[in-house]
Design a protein around this ligand. Structure first.
Ligand SMILES: [Zn+2]
Length: 60
């Protein structure tokens, strides 16, 4: 598993670390934030996993 990038959700501000994993077979999927916003989509011999690193300071 290799670190890909840190991505901030445009909707709620949560920060996620995105990790990339190479696959032998083709995979088509996506990852969503807790709020439902799509973080990343892919279609190929890879898949991604995400780890929450900084939760949004949103007060509500
Ligand atoms: Zn979000």
């Amino acid at each position: 598993m290799a670190y890909e990038r840190t991505q901030t959700c445009v909707k709620c501000g949560n920060r996620w670390e995105i990790y990339k994993l190479r696959l032998i077979m083709r995979d088509k999927d996506s990852l969503e934030c807790d709020c439902g916003e799509t973080l990343i989509k892919w279609n190929g011999a890879v898949m991604y996993t995400s780890k929450l690193v900084d939760k949004s300071q949103d007060s509500h």
